[in-house]
Design a binder for this molecule. Structure first.
Ligand SMILES: C[S@@+](CC[C@H](N)C(=O)[O-])C[C@H]1O[C@@H](n2cnc3c(N)ncnc32)[C@H](O)[C@@H]1O
Length: 300
């Protein structure tokens, strides 16, 4: 996309807009001719040699490479990093994967490389394409756990600052296990079964029942999570029934299933049902979300 503003200004606008569906952007400072052979690596090194003014000595630099699908290349994305890292070291820079000062983003297409240099925060995510890769926890059986883990990273939620959570639609237990691992006491509600290994956890109470049939005390929890994967309006109404159990300034992380065509309306209607009690902080389609988005609320 060509814009009349600089990438840095564009990024400021994008971050202020807090987009739901855009996880990652990268600048294109230049377009290089390539032929998908190892010779491309020399072209990239030569280019970066001409752009050394963009770095300060001692900068931590990461290289993020993505390729157009369906094309053969004489090297892998990792091969690009392997070729560039020694070049960075020779020139007084520190090659890193995460927590970089600068990111060199390279998108490889049929006969062109789209290359740009930026600060990680300017790209909206410091993961290439916003594709956060999380490590599987020991004994992790459900991929759902990654959704809550990613939500905490993206929304900057420090669960260890809280002590109690209500997890609605908890089975088989990915989110509950993540909450327990962060040191919270968890009350999990589901009509289905939790992983047997979780049931003996001393900080877990499991209510095997319908969310609509449960009631808890006022201000009983500091965190409410809900991943019921059900009709959004029903979910919002069920969650709102439980909000008196969420303490003031408590937080809620809720997935909104996008079952209908009118996505914007679905999200707006969902938020409207909860807004009397909750303030919506942010909504994102996370890398680990499929046909859904994840909303982060705070109780006011
Ligand atoms: C996507 S799964 C949840 C996965 C879970 N977050 C995890 O990490 O393992 C959705 C769950 O919501 C439960 N569920 C949906 N509606 C429910 C309701 N009204 N009452 C109780 N459980 C419900 C389903 O039984 C199902 O286990």
């Amino acid at each position: 996309m060509h814009t009349s503003v600089s990438f840095s200004q564009f990024s400021d606008l994008a971050r202020a807009a807090d987009p739901i569906f855009t996880r990652h952007i990268q600048p294109v400072d230049d377009v290089l001719e390539i032929n998908r052979t190892k010779n491309d690596l020399l072209i990239l090194i030569e280019y970066l040699l001409s752009r050394m003014d963009r770095f300060q000595t001692g900068d931590r630099v990461s290289v993020q490479v993505r390729r157009a699908s369906g094309l053969n290349f004489g090297y892998t994305p990792y091969g690009v990093k392997e070729a560039l890292d020694p070049f960075f070291t020779e020139n007084g820079l520190i090659p890193v994967v995460q927590q970089a000062d600068s990111v060199v983003s390279i998108y490889l297409a049929f006969n062109r490389a789209y290359i740009g240099i930026s600060k990680p925060y300017e790209n909206l995510s410091d993961w290439p394409g916003g594709m956060i890769r999380l490590q599987k926890a020991e004994n992790q059986t459900s991929r759902s756990r990654f959704k809550l883990e990613e939500a905490c990273l993206v929304f900057d939620i420090r669960l260890s600052e809280y002590s109690s959570a209500l997890d609605l639609g908890a089975a088989p237990g990915g989110w509950s296990s993540y909450l327990l691992d962060q040191g919270l006491h968890v009350t999990a509600v589901d009509t289905g079964e939790l992983e047997p290994a979780l049931l003996n956890h001393p900080n877990l109470i499991f209510c095997k029942t319908n969310v609509s049939d449960t009631m808890f005390g006022p201000d009983a929890f500091e965190v409410l999570t809900c991943d019921m994967s059900w009709d959004p309006m029903h979910t919002a109404k069920l969650v709102s029934k439980h909000l008196y159990s969420l303490k003031k300034r408590g937080i809620a992380v809720i997935t909104i299933k996008l079952m209908h065509k009118k996505i914007r309306k679905t999200i707006d209607d969902f938020v409207r049902v909860l807004e009397p009690d909750l303030t919506c902080v942010s909504i994102k389609q996370l890398f680990h979300n499929r046909d859904e988005v994840t909303a982060f609320f705070r109780k006011t």
